[in-house]
Write a protein that binds this ligand. Sequence first.
Ligand SMILES: [Zn+2]
Length: 159
Amino acid sequence: MCAVTLGVKVGVLVGGMVPAGASASPRYALPLPGAQVAAGFDPTATPYGPGHRGVDLRAAQGDQVLAAADGTVTFAGPVAGRGVVVVLHRDGIRTTYEPIDPSTSAGAVVRRGEVIGLVAGEHAGRDDVLHWGARRGEAYLDPLRLIRPLGVIRLSPRR
Ligand SMILES: [Zn+2]
């Protein structure tokens, strides 16, 4: 009985994550359209060490923060005194946005480009940035790679 139930649940889960006819990877966009990068991703980051587990985008207090891709809000609220929003996307990646005054709440389904809150507060001692992070499981990713996953494509001439 248990095995049968488990099998059904897994089947539903997989089917839900990769709908027929849809790409497994959603399209991502900057949460602040056209924003400059104030501080980049530092891949040497460890759970308790130095590094930078995301990118800081230049922003002004009160700027609208947009969902980077379609997904479901899994958290919206304060963490250690700062507002944080977490969105789970269908490829399993979670994007995080902080400091933010959320205008959404956990469980909400959001579309790419939908406003999820306003920049509010400080990050890394600055009040002019939005920290944008991305994780797959426990691993931190460079969120900018979601937008340009292939980097610069160079075509070599065929001979
Ligand atoms: Zn940061």
